[in-house]
Design a protein around this ligand. Structure first.
Ligand code: DGJ
Length: 726
């Protein structure tokens, strides 16, 4: 007990609510706050003149050590405010830029209070600051999630004037800023495009600014995720890593500014490019969250923390722990040319191989003969489905399958009844062409009438039919994002209001139909972010279903998001690559939420038998895949092999997915470059395990230190290895 108390005192921690506090007030000369997670500490200090600023964020060894003592790691004279604003000195990246009614563009904040409050059951530091003269209140939040080594940041700004009409214009409001200790830093991020999502890139952050961002609501080029390390080389397991995500699906940005003195400032939130907000007296605006974490154990640990965080805190609570069903999607089989009997033929075959959910994709609604027409008119096409949808759904349900449907609510074809009736409902500028993209325009969801129309259309669809799953697609980026019908004062709020109403729409539908599983899709994986994953249960990771390409896409996806959100289908195009077997195709798709995409009415008996066997195998391991700890053992970005291990909590069972990639597998170069042993992870060193049904047993210690022999021979071959505790 004495020892325990001493540890607490030495660690500089106090007790809060009977347990060690996550946020500790530091008194004395270096007064401020220490915010601790399992392995990190973030230190904020008061400057005695109304300012609050970060001095250190990194290893928890520094908790309780004053910044003066910790000169080596703390930021010393490098001075940055916790909420850097445009005002006085303008040498750091601001998270807030305002213009007051008299034209003053300088903001000067002074601290009003800093208190530990509880937000959704978590200790949160609430910092209230006010402008020294103008009626602006800035409340910034740091919510601590110690078990994930994460802090969530967001900011709320309010025009506190009680009377009058004087607005405050917000030209920029990000969600938060962070300062890393002076060091040499390297950024890993996603870069990609349609069909090539989530490719991993690592680059040194030399003095200057690097930005990851979206301007048109697509996140193909970059995603709102990052990992920064001070390790130039291998950073998988033994490296300090700072990582984070912006929880937003519209325009977002994450900026990294490295200085010549080696400090690194990171800011993230809404990208205010082309946006401006007006705050009238009494009005507030709250930014989305920017969650940031620290681990001393490398990018793999950062990925696992992100997986646990998404599964434990972000995903919609009703289905958070639910095992995702094996689905069949008819898009690649039938495209727009759908009818009841043909979908039923697919459903019967799907049932035979073990599918649980049958999904009809695009093409079922009025006038939708191609991508040239129909979007906006969300009623069933009477020519294709003269008996309505429910007749087909009932027959599919009788087979023992749930039914799901595709929608693209945010979009409209000019060739639709809706557009003919409401041409002003789309984003547009007067005197400008309305640029079509896949023959479609974007509905202006900032408008209340558009929101109400979509809410009614989707509610009717879900209420009138036994639909258990919705694939929510969006197939173009923004162009001409104008709202000329609105008051000039708020016209540049259109992007932000669009996102508010999109989130509101999905949330309201979820409240009305809590049973329904929602899948997030945007021309494949064009909208992967925590704003969506907070409201959608899973993500269609890419339109590219080629298994080799998918190994890269899925590996990159798993850097930021967990396997139970990563939807992977087998598909016809698999066969374009000589030598790829259906087994291989399944082994790749089994890494996430399994779906089948081929025209299975054309499959022969052998293919049907393979699919049946692989789906049964998936059902045996999917609990590990969807709920277990993911260890990416071999990166396809670094060699000609790839391996991912999923281990259940308690380390009694694991499944290891191993793949050989291209032709050079037959050659010697690869073998010389790549170890023949595969060291496993996340097992219990003291437990004994069996590999598949082999008689031999091995300790976890052995399997993690010595490993198993690489189990796959030859190009384009794969294996799923089961590790079971004896
Ligand atoms: C794009 C999606 O990514 C595809 O899976 C499919 O749903 C098509 N849209 C349908 O138009």
């Amino acid at each position: 007990m004495k020892l325990f108390l001493m540890t607490l005192l030495l660690g500089g921690l106090t007790l809060w609510n009977g347990r060690a506090a996550d946020i500790t007030k530091i008194e004395g000369r270096a007064a401020g706050w220490d915010i601790t997670t399992r392995r990190s500490v973030c230190q904020l200090r008061l400057d005695g003149a109304g300012g609050i600023y970060p001095v250190f964020w990194g290893d928890r060894a520094c908790a309780g050590v004053s910044p003066e003592q910790n000169r080596k790691r703390a930021n010393g004279p490098f001075r940055l405010d916790e909420v850097p604003v445009r005002g006085t000195y303008a040498d750091k990246m601001p998270v807030l830029e305002v213009v007051y009614a008299d034209g003053t563009r300088d903001c000067e904040l002074t601290l009003v209070s800093a208190d530990v409050v509880s937000v959704e059951g978590r200790e949160t530091l609430k910092i209230v600051q006010r402008d020294k003269h103008y009626p602006l209140e800035v409340v910034s939040y740091l919510r601590v999630l110690p078990e994930y080594d994460l802090i969530e940041k967001w900011i709320e700004v309010t025009n506190t004037a009680r009377r009058g009409k004087e607005e405050i214009r917000i030209e920029n409001l990000l969600s938060g800023s962070a300062l890393l200790p002076a060091d040499r830093y390297f950024l890993t991020h996603h870069s990609g495009q349609w069909f090539r999502e989530y490719q991993l890139r690592k680059t040194e952050l030399t003095a200057g600014v690097k930005s990851l961002l979206s301007r048109d609501f697509f996140a193909f080029e970059n995603t709102p995720w990052f990992a920064v390390t001070n390790a130039p080389g291998d950073d998988a397991h033994h490296a300090e890593v700072w990582f984070g995500q912006v929880h937003y699906s519209g325009n977002w940005r994450i900026d990294f500014e490295a200085t010549h003195s080696s400090h690194l400032q990171i800011v993230g939130g809404i990208n205010f490019w082309d946006t401006e907000l007006s705050l009238l007296p009494g009005q507030s605006f709250r930014s989305p969250k920017f969650s940031m974490g620290y681990t001393p154990d490398g990018t793999e640990d950062a990925a696992q923390l992100a997986h646990a965080y998404v599964r434990g805190e972000i995903l919609p609570a009703p289905h958070r722990d639910r095992i995702r069903p094996v689905l069949y999607n008819s898009w690649y089989a039938t495209a727009f040319d759908v009818d009841e009997e043909q979908q039923l033929a697919l459903a019967r075959r799907a049932k035979e191989i073990g599918v649980e959910l049958f999904v009809i994709d695009d093409g079922w609604f009025k006038g939708r003969k191609s991508d040239n027409a129909g979007l906006g008119d969300w009623t069933v096409d009477p020519e294709k489905f003269p008996n309505g949808l429910q007749s087909m759904i009932s027959r599919i349900n009788e087979l023992g399958l749930d039914f799901g449907i595709w929608v693209e609510p945010e979009m409209i074809n000019p060739n639709s009844d809706l557009y003919r009736k409401h041409p002003d409902w789309v984003l547009n500028f007067p005197n400008r062409e309305r640029t079509e993209w896949r023959n479609q325009l974007t509905l202006n969801l900032a408008r209340e009438d558009v929101y109400q129309y979509l809410l009614k259309s989707m509610t009717d669809l879900l209420a009138q039919n036994n639909i258990k799953f919705v694939k929510w697609d969006r197939n173009r980026g923004l162009t001409q994002p104008g709202w000329p019908e609105a008051d000039r004062r708020i016209q540049r709020e259109v992007r932000v209001r669009y996102m508010e109403n999109l989130y509101r729409l999905i949330e309201t539908l979820r409240e009305r139909f809590p049973e329904v599983i929602f899948e997030n899709c945007s021309s494949g994986g064009g909208r992967p972010d925590l704003g969506m994953l907070q409201r959608m249960d899973q993500t269609w990771a890419s339109d590219n279903t080629d298994p080799i390409d998918r190994l890269f896409i899925q590996y990159g996806y798993l850097s930021a998001w967990p396997a139970n959100t990563m939807v992977c289908w087998t598909n016809n195009s698999d066969y374009h690559r000589a030598g790829l077997s259906l087994d291989y195709t399944f082994d790749v798709a089994m890494q996430g939420v399994l779906g089948i995409g081929q025209d299975i009415t054309k499959w022969n008996d052998r293919e049907m038998a393979t699919a049946k066997r692989k789906i049964a195998e998936y059902k045996e391991v999917r609990e590990l895949v969807q709920r277990g700890v993911a260890d990416r053992l071999r990166s396809p970005f670094e060699g000609n092999r790839s391996a991912v291990q999923y281990t259940e909590a308690g380390a009694s069972r694991a499944a290891v997915f191993c793949y050989n990639l291209g032709e050079t597998m037959e050659g010697t170069t690869v073998q010389m470059r790549e170890s023949q042993m595969l060291r496993l992870r996340s097992l219990d060193p003291g437990k004994k395990y069996r590999i598949n049904n082999d008689a031999a047993t091995y300790t976890g210690d052995y399997l993690m230190k010595i490993g198993i022999r690489w189990p796959v021979q030859g190009a384009y071959k794969s294996a799923v290895i089961r590790i079971t505790e004896i």
